[in-house]
Design a binder for this molecule. Structure first.
Ligand code: FEO
Ligand code: CA
Ligand code: CA
Length: 752
């Protein structure tokens, strides 16, 4: 009912899984703010140098007595901080056009799209559903992405800006009723069983790719025949590394000693290590598995608790029905029902799902090196994995979010301390072994007074060891079931944590919280959560005549570690920006004062430029899409504590009031936040990478035309998008996910 006017259909949102019914406390108690808040950013145009310094240079007022003022740290960049004015471009208007819009003075070109061949011998993509050989083509749903510079001799570099490798995630496919309909000639088979050839194609479209790109004469092109080009898909062998390696929880018919698995799945956010490797987060992998009705009784053990918590209750059907492709093991592995007679799972795939849900490390420069699942970083619906600023002699910190409604934020701290010489280590995967296979995993608990704690998820923590909800066997069990461990210690339920990124000047950590339709003033079910200080908004946003409730527009928080830096167990936080329509009520919804030049909904991708310090914000939205397609904005943030305390008062049914304090950063102005890009119809904007000189920005356009009905496959005029064909790229009219490259016509840095 009340179908939004711009949608031919509403695609199933595979992100909208909620399985957290734990009874963690919420922070509805009104406490006096402990932190003194002051304005550091006193207006005026930011420059790149001030952006990198967290705008500290614009501080115009004295600190109050209990302010902790941290000296600005030097920017992490190989370039001198540029002094040109940031955000000097004209803001891009909201748009419903089927095109990529960038500011005047910029050019956006399509570089690498779904199906593009990755070897000299692979045929050009016909884009009519008849193409095969996807193991040698670009995968689908381009997502997180990193740029790895290549030297003239083809070696790893950190400075070259006209040649490099783009490593990227291929998260999913555009589907309806089981079938990835744009890649099959007639839209594919929408009932079970699925034909093997369709399943093979769909499995190959998921995973990772590495593609070489070069700039010559100002034009970027991908190199079809580069020996660096690579695909990782669902038949690629991947090692299980870290504390879970060899554990009983990952024993399968394929790996009876629990050391390997095939593939990496539903890869979303990314990260780049200080030693120049690629990190990929496995996000909504649970939906690809099927589990038979009656499997609870067949198992009759604690694995049922784990499966339910991770989204596979008995009777759950799979997203694509890959398990019906045939009797071959490569299909049967998607059925995780207990079917074998063994006691350890070595004769079936009852444990297969425990091999998904990790941060995966790949050396983009070297195909001969194993790809490894870094299990020490925990198992959940991973997004990006971002390092705090490395300090020689100190452990490394990696920040991560779990993207489902009411899930948690995590930090991994390495046991090994950082040695700067490892930045150029010859064996990068061995360096990954050193820093990412042993350490401590923490979960975040936010307090109402603007502080917070990192709580270690350790089997020796009594709250975990004695948890009534699940009996953890060992530390590997804690990592595989990190959500349950978070439940045990009372972690804070968040509004769907997506990407995080670290401000190169201040070192503060920013997390997007994309939205949450299960936030309620008075929760009426276990899957709903009440507003708290860090997830403070509950409101209604109308989309046409359809009411969207909870926190439909999302927000962005930031965390400042305590004085111990990477190993701190205490932090302070505030909300950098609240997503909102510019016309929404200022006192309760549009708390960041967004105007038409910068209003947005559902922040998802987030990354700071190491060159300019700009905070790029990308949206994956379904709330504001009656007015605008998804977008990318450029921000120049200040720092934690630069805004003010706000109290939100919610009437309860019994006439009393729920008061929630929160801390909102400095209100946005066009000097500090501006819309830079709007994408084609039905797309989300995700994935961002830049050349070291900051003059080329790579951005992914994911699932244009997602709102097309599969029944329209034979009639291109009914596709809701024909991008990028309508931008002159490639054959056919079916919409394709693609990487674009953005350059400035005067050759300057992007965002100036
Ligand atoms: Fe794949 Fe949470 O976005
Ligand atoms: Ca609206
Ligand atoms: Ca995402």
């Amino acid at each position: 009912m009340n179908k939004p006017t711009d949608l031919a259909r509403i695609p199933v949102d595979h992100d909208d899984i909620d399985t957290n019914v734990s009874s963690n406390e919420h922070f509805s108690t009104v406490l006096e703010a402990r932190l003194s808040r002051r304005s550091l950013l006193r207006g005026g145009a930011a420059t790149a140098a001030s952006a990198l310094l967290g705008a500290i240079g614009l501080s115009g007022c004295g600190g109050s007595d209990n302010d902790v003022v941290t000296a600005p740290t030097p920017p992490v960049t190989s370039n001198p901080p540029p002094t040109e004015k940031l955000l000097a471009f004209g803001a891009v208007s909201k748009s419903l056009a089927d095109t990529v819009v960038v500011p005047a003075g910029y050019t956006a070109s399509v570089l690498y799209a779904l199906g593009d061949p990755l070897t000299a011998n692979t045929a050009a993509y016909k884009n009519d559903g008849t193409d095969g050989d996807f193991e040698n083509r670009a995968g689908d749903h381009h997502d997180g992405m990193e740029f790895f510079p290549l030297s003239a001799t083809g070696g790893a570099s950190t400075s070259v800006s006209d040649r490099g490798l783009l490593a990227m995630n291929h998260e999913a496919t555009t589907d309806e009723k089981l079938s990835s309909f744009f890649v099959h000639a007639n839209g594919g088979t929408m009932t079970l069983p699925r034909p093997a050839l369709e399943v093979d194609k769909e499995m190959a479209l998921h995973g990772l790719s590495v593609v070489e790109v070069r700039q010559s004469g100002g034009k970027w092109a991908y190199q079809k025949d580069s020996s660096f080009n690579r695909r990782v898909h669902q038949q690629t062998e991947v090692e299980i590394s870290g504390p879970v390696r060899g554990n009983a929880l990952v024993v399968t018919k394929y790996s009876t000693n629990g050391t390997k698995i095939r593939g990496t799945l539903n890869n979303c956010g990314t990260g780049k290590t200080p030693w120049n490797t690629y990190l990929s987060g496995e996000e909504n992998w649970a939906g690809y598995f099927t589990r038979a009705a009656g499997d609870d009784a067949a198992r009759a053990d604690k694995s049922v608790v784990s499966l339910n918590r991770y989204g596979r209750s008995q009777g759950a059907s799979s997203r694509h029905g890959w398990e019906t492709g045939g009797l071959d093991d490569k299909y049967q592995r998607w059925n995780i029902s207990k079917s074998g007679a063994s006691s350890d799972g070595s004769d079936d795939y009852r444990n297969e799902m425990n091999g998904m849900g990790y941060i995966v490390e790949m050396d983009a420069y070297d195909k001969t090196k194993s790809i490894k699942k870094r299990t020490a970083l925990g198992r959940f619906a991973h997004e990006s994995a971002v390092f705090g600023k490395p300090v020689a002699g100190q452990p490394l910190a990696v920040y991560m979010g779990d993207d489902s409604r009411n899930e948690y934020i995590f930090k991994f701290v390495s046991n090994a301390v950082w040695s700067a010489s490892d930045a150029t280590a010859a064996d990068r995967i061995a360096t990954g072994d050193k820093y990412l296979d042993s350490g401590k995993l923490y979960v975040a608990k936010f307090a109402a007074d603007g502080s917070g704690q990192w709580i270690e998820l350790s089997i020796s923590n009594p709250a975990i060891a004695a948890y009534a909800g699940y009996k953890f066997a060992d530390q590997a069990d804690v990592l595989v079931n990190a959500r349950l461990a978070g439940d045990a210690v009372g972690a804070t339920k968040m509004d769907r944590p997506e990407w995080c990124s670290v401000h190169p000047g201040t070192g503060e950590i920013y997390f997007t919280l994309t939205n949450n339709s299960n936030r309620r003033v008075e929760p009426s079910s276990a899957s709903q959560a009440a507003p708290d200080a860090v997830n403070p908004r509950v409101y209604t946003d109308m989309k046409g005549t359809s009411a969207q409730v909870g926190n439909p527009n999302g927000h962005i928080i930031r965390v400042k570690e305590g004085s111990a830096g990477s190993t701190a167990t205490g932090f302070t936080w505030d909300v950098y920006l609240f997503g909102a329509e510019s016309g929404a009520p200022a006192g309760t919804v549009n708390l960041s004062g967004l105007t038409a030049d910068q209003d947005f909904s559902s922040p998802d991708g987030l990354a700071f430029s190491a060159s300019t310090g700009i905070c790029w914000i990308q949206t994956d939205d379904g709330a504001y899409t009656d007015v605008t397609n998804c977008m990318m904005l450029a921000g120049v943030p200040g720092r934690v504590g630069d805004g003010k305390k706000v109290t939100l008062n919610y009437p309860r049914a019994n006439g009393s009031t729920l008061s929630v304090d929160t801390y909102v950063g400095l209100a946005a102005t066009t000097d500090t936040l501006k819309r830079f890009l709007v994408g084609p119809v039905g797309s989300e904007i995700t994935g961002i990478a830049e050349t070291p000189d900051g003059k080329a920005l790579f951005v992914n356009i994911q699932h244009p035309g997602e709102t097309t009905a599969a029944s329209s496959i034979a009639d291109p005029s009914k596709y809701t998008s024909q991008w990028p064909a309508n931008a002159g790229y490639g054959a056919g009219k079916r919409p394709r996910s693609a990487t674009i490259v953005i350059t400035k016509n005067d050759g300057g840095r992007i965002g100036t």
